[in-house]
Design a protein around this ligand. Structure first.
Ligand SMILES: Nc1ncnc2c1ncn2[C@@H]1O[C@H](COP(=O)(O)OP(=O)(O)OP(=O)(O)O)[C@@H](O)[C@H]1O
Length: 417
């Protein structure tokens, strides 16, 4: 048997059609699959909420909030609904446009309004108009053509935190501002955490939260169905072993202590396929999924490595963030709340709390170490504040490691920092 393979042969086989992937694009985040296992009920819920459009398309304005953790299918479900609902209304002779904009990309109202106009293929001058005037042009266009617009504002949390209250107010109270008798625009607000709406004034909030649809993290059985569909779309037949799919589903399944994030599960599947391809394996095996998982979680692993070297007070700060996260179900916590929780924890542990400046310094250092992330709250929030979050997902392992390290530091009574 030949021990070495000629370089040309290796390159030739790498250039030939993949024996692992059939349509790798079907694993990309922007791909819209033809089925959405375990989100059919959400599509039904959206249809019922928007049903009134079939009877009064020119005088209805519906508002829905969709909330849920990362990778729970909020974007893909809303986009699929928008497209299919438009087609169904068109069969009934009704004109609907569905526009999906990401507020993370467009942090102020002006470029956002421009993006809406360009999605509608409506040319409007890019200079010299106020947001209100530009929006009025869009609205008049819709009225004139008797078209209803469903506007999906994805990552709406970012807009709340960065745009002014006045802009948000204008957007959601549009009909009062335009003094129009016709209503041609409905909204879907997509966000990770509906608690962020509490930043807004009551009058705006009440306008938004009439309908809330919550997307729960996926369980391992649900992820298995989602991954099986993707395997059929993206991989060559019989290449991905069933155990591999089960393995990935169990890493991420909420019932198994995972995040319930379908995006991470699909990414792991794709990475496992790439590893199998590099290793020239005819199938995607559990060992490939294991390697994929450790490559993807390398960041989380690095943070876990840093915890044991932290001093006691930074650890108490981390514990305070986790407590607030668990109690308030929020990803990032304001500095003021963190200080209070930290002081309470210190009292419980019989530790003297460090002062404000030192607390900031610990946060700053942990940010440099890649353990924490900080951002400024939006202009709308009364008095700007720093919002702090962990840079990696809060898992049972991380919590336990922090608790354990904290206890051992207390037992060994380190010198105060
Ligand atoms: N029920 C499902 N069936 C098929 N694919 C799904 C399903 N749910 C999520 N996905 C896929 O998982 C990935 C993440 O989904 P999506 O982007 O919709 O999540 P999200 O909730 O909007 O996340 P984020 O808050 O991070 O934006 C996408 O590739 C999407 O196609």
């Amino acid at each position: 048997m030949k021990v070495t393979t000629k370089l040309e042969d290796i390159i030739e086989s790498g250039l030939s059609e993949s024996s692992i992937f059939k349509r790798r694009e079907a694993l990309q985040p922007e791909h819209i699959p033809s089925r959405l296992p375990h989100r059919e009920d959400k599509i039904r819920e959206l249809t019922l909420i928007f049903r009134d459009l079939t009877t009064s398309i020119d005088n209805t304005s519906i508002r829905v909030v969709i909330s849920g953790h990362m990778g729970t299918g909020k974007t893909v479900t809303t986009k699929s609904f928008g497209k299919a609902f438009k087609d169904k209304l068109s069969e009934r002779g009704l004109r609907l446009e569905y526009v999906h904009v990401n507020c993370h990309r467009q942090r102020t109202l002006y470029p956002l309004v421009m993006e809406i106009a360009s999605s509608l293929k409506l040319p409007i001058p890019t200079r010299g108009l106020s947001v209100q005037e530009a929006f009025k042009i869009i609205h008049d266009y819709l009225v004139k053509r008797n078209v209803h617009l469903i506007l999906a504002l994805d990552e709406f949390d970012y807009l709340i935190k960065t745009a002014s209250q006045e802009d948000i107010y204008f957007l959601v109270r549009l009909y009062d501002e335009l003094s129009s008798s016709k209503r041609h625009i409905s909204y879907i607000f997509i966000m990770r955490d509906e608690q962020d709406l509490s930043i807004l004034d009551r009058s705006i909030k009440d306008h938004i939260i009439r309908n809330i649809i919550r997307f729960e993290p996926y369980g391992s059985g649900e992820l298995k169905d989602i991954l099986t569909d993707r395997v059929n779309e993206a991989f060559q037949p019989n290449v991905v072993q069933e155990e591999t799919i089960s393995y990935i589903s169990e890493i991420y399944g909420r019932d198994k202590g995972g995040s319930g994030n379908a995006r991470s599960a699909i990414e792991t599947l794709e990475m496992a396929g790439k590893i199998a391809e590099i290793k020239n394996s005819p199938s995607v095996l559990i060992e490939h999924a294991k390697e994929a998982n450790s490559r993807i979680n390398v960041e989380a692993g690095e943070v876990l490595d840093e915890i044991p070297i932290l001093e006691l007070h930074p650890l108490i700060i981390l514990k305070a963030i986790i407590n607030l996260h668990n109690r308030l179900k929020v990803d990032s916590v304001p500095m003021g709340k963190l200080e209070k929780e930290y002081a309470d924890l210190c009292a419980e542990l019989g530790e003297e709390p460090r002062g404000h400046t030192q607390l900031y310094e610990h946060v700053r250092r942990m940010k440099l170490m890649g353990i924490l992330e900080t951002q400024q709250s939006g202009k709308g929030m009364r008095g700007r504040t720093t919002l702090i979050s962990l840079a990696v997902p809060i898992t049972g392992d991380l919590e336990e490691l922090i608790n354990r390290t904290m206890r051992s530091k207390i037992d060994n009574r380190e010198e105060p920092l």
